[in-house]
Ligand binder design. Structure first.
Ligand code: FE2
Ligand code: FE2
Length: 248
């Protein structure tokens, strides 16, 4: 019995396809949120996700933005333009698919009870990264010994009391300085963190073809460099420190 655990794809269909190709005989899939924005392969990503047909898709902050554009209206111009361009061309089926995403909570997948959360918590607390205080993890309000979350794009886990908190890392936008896709699998009850590298040619072509970025050439170059360097949103703290410590 194999359960695939994926999170934070961010419109990178090349990375998601590599994950699916690397894992045969997937019985169940759990997606922890942030599917499409702001990558150049939104429709392709949605199609692969829909064919994977996860038992649970948890609503992430960037999924909420698909449904409510006011959430990113105050972002810098180039980001707003990119989001609008992607959403203006989003297939109706992809939009409806995101509408069906689930809230955080207790779920049973493959006979295993677990608590699933995108991983975004109250901004007054430190983000759930490897150096976060236990308080940040407890803010997920899990009531299950197995808790899965994403959002912070670092592959790691922490045990607090009887609860194991697992972040499988990011499929489409890791921030560890290594060009690859991160995810996890549970095989017969045993969790393993995994990584796979891939060919980003189609992602790069799609980025090059985003007409909206003709007005923002430096931003386009930055997006490309960010993907290829393995620092999905540019090389910045605190992720560079975790990368230096060997986190994926
Ligand atoms: Fe994310
Ligand atoms: Fe997120």
């Amino acid at each position: 019995m194999k359960t695939l655990i994926i999170s934070d794809i961010h419109g990178n269909a090349d990375a998601l396809r590599a994950v699916v190709d690397a894992e045969d005989a997937i019985d169940h899939t759990i997606f922890l949120g942030d599917a499409l924005l702001a990558g150049p392969q939104a429709n392709e990503t949605a199609a692969i996700l829909q064919s994977l047909d996860p038992e649970v898709c948890v609503m992430g902050n960037h999924d909420e933005e698909v449904l409510d554009r006011s959430l990113y209206a105050s972002w810098p111009d180039e980001w707003v333009a990119l989001h609008d361009w992607i959403l203006d061309r989003l297939d109706a089926s992809a939009y409806e698919y995101i509408q069906g995403y689930s809230p955080a909570g207790r779920y049973t997948v493959g006979g295993v009870d677990m608590y699933l959360h995108h991983g975004e918590i109250d901004k007054s607390l430190p983000k759930i990264l490897p150096n976060a205080p236990n308080e940040s993890f407890l803010a997920l309000e899990s009531d299950q010994p197995l808790t899965l979350f994403g959002h912070t794009h670092v592959q790691f886990e922490r045990q607090i009391g009887g609860t194991r908190y697992i972040n499988p890392g990011s499929v489409g936008q890791p921030r560890c300085g290594i060009f690859h896709a991160c995810y996890g699998v549970i095989v017969d009850g045993e969790y393993s963190p995994k990584q796979v590298t891939y060919d980003p040619s189609a992602w790069l072509d799609a980025l090059a073809n985003l007409e909206v970025l003709e007005a923002h050439p430096k931003f386009r170059e930055w997006l490309k460099d960010s993907l290829l360097s393995g620092y999905g949103i540019g090389e910045r703290e605190p992720w560079t420190s975790f990368a230096a410590e060997g986190y994926f």
